[in-house]
Every structure is written in C-alpha cells, then in structure tokens.
Ligand binder design. Structure first.
Ligand code: ADP
Length: 560
C-alpha cells in the first residue's frame, strides 16, 4: 500500500471512530430531552460508523468510505428532518460536502469527489423544499430545538469543520516540508555534480593539453610527409575531443550559472581563420569545400571571442557532419556601423541533409537530435545547439534557422558589438609586431608532461623559460629574477597558484601573472581575479593564443 493510501485509511478510521463518539453524544442528548424516537434513529446509524472503521482497517477502503459518507449524510438529514429548521442540524452537511475532497484522490477518483458533495447538496435542498418533512413529519418543540439542539448543531459543525481544516493544513505543511527537503537534496546533488565536473574537467584537460601541445610540437619538427598527415589527424582529433568535452562541461555549467561573457579586443578575421584551419582537414576528407567569407570592412571589435568561436565551431561542425557533398560556408558580414556599434551577421550555410520544419523547433532542446537515427549515423550528444542558443542569447540575440530537407540549412544570427577606435587599433597592431625574443618568462607547473609541452611551445617563440614546480618556488624565483610574465598553474602541491600570486603581489604589483586553468567554472575565474592575477589561459591552449595573450599582458598597465 502506498504512502497516500495508508494516510487515507488512517483518516477514514479515525474519522469513523470520532463520528461514532459524536453520534453517541447526540444519542444521550436526545435521551435527556426525552426524544426517544430521535435517539433510536441516531442509535441505528452508529453501527454503520463502527463498520466503516473496521472495514477501512481490514483494507476495503472504498467500501468503508461509501458506508461512512452515505450513513453520515442520511443520519444528518434524518436528524434534521426530525428536529426541524430551528435546530440548524442541516449545517452539519457542510462538513459532509467538503469531506470527499480529502477522502478521495483528485486524480484517480474524480467521479466520487463530484458525487458525494452532490448527495449532500441534494439532501439539503430536499429538506428545504419539503419544509423538513423529508423523512418524518413529527417535529420536536421549536423552543426545545432552539434552546438545546441549535447550540449543539453549531458546535458539532464547528468541531468537524475545524478538524477538516487542521487535517488540510497538516497535509499541506508536510507536503511543503517534503518539497523543501527534496529541494535541498537536489541542490546538494547539483553542487556535487559541479564539483565532480570541475575535477573531471581538470583531470581531462591536463592530459589533453599534452596531446594537443605535443602534436603542435611534432608538426614543427620537420616530419616526413606521411607523418605530417598523422600528426594533423592527431591534432584534429584532439581538438574535436576537446570541443566535445567543452560542450558537456559548458552545458552543465550554463545550466547552473548562466553564460558570463568576457569581451576582449578581437580581429574577427584572424580569429575565424583558426576555425578554417581546424575544420578544413575534415572537409577535405569528406570531399566537401569549406568557404570562409569574412567582410573586409569589419573593424576590431570588443567581443568574447572564446564564446563566439564556440558558437561558430558548433555550427560549422554540425554543417560538416550533416553534409555529404557540396560545401559549408561561414559568412560574417557587417550590417551596420553606427556610433562605434557594429551589427554583425554570422551565417553558417551548408548543402547537407536539411531539417524538417517540425524538427527545427525540437533540436534546440538539450540532448535532442532531429531523429532517432541521427546518433547512429552521425554520432553527437545533442548539446551543441542548446549551448549555441544560450551563448547567442547572452550576446543579446537569437539564432534563426532556414532549412530545406535534402537541400541544406542556414543558421544565422546578428549581434551588436562595440568597435575599437583607430588609436586603439594602431596600438594593438603595433603590439602584434612586437617580438617575444629573448624575454624571460616563468612557467609554474607541477605536471612533467605539461612542463615539457609548455616549455617547448614558449621556446618556439624564442622566450627564455624558467620553470618553478610549485607556488612557493615561484615566489622565491620572482624575488630573485626579473621576468616579463608568469604563467601560473592553479592546482599544485606545497602552494597553489592563488596563494602564490597573493604572495607575489605583496612585493611586486606590476609583474603580469596569467593563470593556466583547466577549469571552466566561474568560481575559478573570480578567484583568479581576486588573487591578483591579470587573466587566465584555458588549458589546453593553442600556441598562437598563448603568444597573443602573453603579448597582450606584457605591457598592460595594472589597475593597482
Ligand atoms: P549533435 O550535433 O551533437 O547531435 P546539436 O545540438 O548540435 O547536437 O544538434 C541537434 C540536432 O540538430 C542534430 O542531431 C541534428 O539532427 C540537427 N542538426 C543540427 N545542425 C544540423 C545541420 N546543419 N543539418 C542538419 N541537421 C542538423
């Protein structure tokens, strides 16, 4: 028996006994007023209530409830008919009217919930219509009814209705306390999930950093042409895996804390060229062409390029995945440039399998694919588009879709972004030419493979690299040497990256410190800022991104 039914059995049992008690009270009242006929009527109903108590305990709840409700309604109507209008006994029917709402289930026993209140109302109406001569025409003395019965009727009604209200309130209170408990459990589970994801994200990204970094290094060591292809494939697969990992992590992160944007000065053209580089090998392998059309007139923009790239990456990946022949085009055009605000349209057009009108609405839901065959034929998790939607919405826009089955699809969105002034642009382009050659940088990292990868990547830009294996060693090395920047891992033995940065800031407020973070969580980002670091680079990093970030911070004036 479920929890709900047990509660009902208890209710019917208690109420049956309670009503037997009240009936006994009425019996003695009738006796003491020498109303023998009435006392007999009342006595006759008592066994029904006792029966309903026993039957409810035995397990036939429906029969018990029927007996109780019929006996109760009829006994009130008979008593009322005997006593007449002056006794106001019929008001007890109010209780009978509300009782089915707690006796029966609103979902499964709707008809009973409707039937029994109707029975009470009909009896009440019949009493009035027949001038209380419904069951008997004998009436007791009006003054007697008025003096003794009326107060007892009102008292009985009040007690029964109060009982009902208390029962309702208790059920409500228990219900809300259950909801509260469940809510707390859910929050706890969600926090545990976040922690687990943060840990997994770190654990997976660290070796990914090595795989992607090493494939970059291998590619630069004059490999044989046959090795070159393998290295490219290795790098491509690493990036795809990283994208998938990012999607899963990002989705759960967005679910809990929304999308936070971090706009930085961006040259859209060079940023999206990377996308072409990433996806071209995949297109070539399938025999389709990848077209990149970026408006020459686009100025430098203040844009969260990491998020923007993530959107394009997801849409382009889908385009390639769902296209067997033809092309995938990434088109970015300037729509309007007013007072330093640029409206930019981004379109991803493919000549693939297309999406039906009905599916076009469904595919934005998490874990949803256009058809049950999609996963078998093309793989995927169904998370790409929900992430795209969240990011584009955070950028103040919406993604539109135009698609014809077997013709292809076009995903597009317009975003408004600030453009960077000409002076800033000159400064930035001046920066681009700066050489990192011979500058000394400190890499703080405890993982040996990451040290190897990081060192080689940094040395390729002709930087002189010193390595500290933990945060404390980093503090001491910064005291003794002059570095252009510090690349600081976060999780390390002896002293972590946050504490190390706080310590460094005590004696050096100008040295640029960039965190190397494998975590995608916002908490980490704000902790990085609080500990006095100048920014962070996601692991695994692309060498070009890393050089750009180092260049950007080297001469950056500090706030403090
Ligand atoms: P995934 O690609 O991992 O399955 P997405 O959320 O990116 O998840 O896409 C959801 C679904 O939308 C895909 O499974 C596919 O059925 C459909 N879809 C997305 N982009 C395209 C496209 N360019 N052409 C055809 N179908 C698409």
């Amino acid at each position: 028996m479920n929890e709900f039914s047990k509660r009902r059995v208890k209710l019917v049992f208690i109420l049956s006994l309670f009503t037997t008690g009240i009936t006994a009270l009425w019996f003695f009242l009738a006796r003491s007023l020498n109303l023998h006929e009435l006392s007999l009527y009342i006595a006759a109903t008592m066994p029904f209530f006792i029966c309903s108590a026993i039957i409810s305990k035995v397990g036939n709840l429906t029969l018990a409830r029927f007996i109780y409700l019929v006996a109760f309604n009829i006994s009130v109507a008979i008593t009322s008919s005997f006593i007449g209008k002056a006794g106001s006994v019929e008001f007890i029917l109010l209780f009978a009217m509300a009782l089915p709402f707690v006796f029966f289930s609103f979902r499964r026993e709707k008809s009973y919930v409707a039937l029994f209140p109707v029975l009470s109302i009909v009896l009440w109406i019949l009493l009035y219509v027949t001038d209380f001569n419904l069951f008997t025409i004998t009436k007791i003395d009006t003054t007697l009814a008025d003096t003794y019965i009326y107060p007892v009727s009102i008292f009985t009604t009040a007690v029964l209705v109060t009982y009902q209200l208390i029962f309702f309130s208790m059920i409500n209170a228990r219900y809300y306390s259950n909801i509260q408990d469940e809510r707390e459990d859910a929050i706890e589970a969600s926090n545990a999930k976040s922690q687990f994801l943060s840990m997994m994200s770190h654990e997976i990204r660290t070796p990914m950093n090595a795989i992607i970094g090493l494939s970059h290094i291998l590619g630069d060591t004059n490999p044989r042409p046959d090795q070159e292809e393998n290295i490219e494939a290795l790098n491509y697969s690493g990036k795809i895996l990283l994208n998938l990992l990012n999607n899963v992590l990002d989705y759960s992160k967005m679910e809990t804390s929304g999308v936070a944007l971090d706009p930085i000065p961006t040259d859209v053209m060079s940023a999206v060229k990377q996308i072409k580089k990433i996806h071209e090998p995949g297109c070539l392998g399938k025999g389709i062409t990848f077209k990149l059309q970026v408006d020459e007139k686009l100025p430098m923009l203040l844009l969260d390029i990491v998020r923007f790239n993530q959107v394009i990456n997801n849409l382009v990946s889908n385009g390639i995945k769902f296209t067997k022949q033809g092309s995938v085009t990434l088109k970015i055009t300037k729509q309007e440039d007013r007072n330093g605000n640029v409206r930019m349209r981004t379109e991803i057009i493919d000549t693939g399998i297309g999406i039906t009108k009905e599916q076009q609405e469904k595919i934005w839901q998490p874990f949803t694919q256009a058809s049950i065959n999609t996963n078998r034929l093309y793989g995927g998790t169904g998370l790409g588009l929900p992430i795209v939607k969240s990011i584009v919405e955070a950028m103040g826009s919406a993604v539109h879709i135009e698609s014809e089955v077997a013709q292809g699809s076009r995903f597009y969105f317009d975003i408004e972004v600030k453009s960077i002034s000409n002076e800033k642009l000159n400064q930035d382009s001046g920066k681009k030419e700066r050489n990192l050659k011979g500058r000394r940088i400190l890499l703080v990292e405890d993982n040996k493979i990451n040290i190897m990868v990081g060192k080689q990547i940094l040395e390729r830009a002709n930087l002189v690299v010193d390595v500290a294996f933990d945060g404390l060693m980093a503090v001491n090395m910064v005291k003794e040497n002059d570095y252009c920047a510090v690349l600081m891992d976060i999780q390390m033995p002896i002293m972590d990256g946050y504490t190390s940065s706080i310590e460094i800031r005590k004696f050096n407020t100008t040295l640029p410190i960039l965190a190397l973070s494998a975590s995608v969580f916002l908490e980490v980002k704000s902790k990085i800022e609080q500990s006095g670091m100048n920014g962070f680079i996601f692991k695994p990093f692309d060498p070009e991104d890393l050089y750009n970030r180092i260049e950007a911070v080297i001469d950056m004036p500090l706030a403090s």
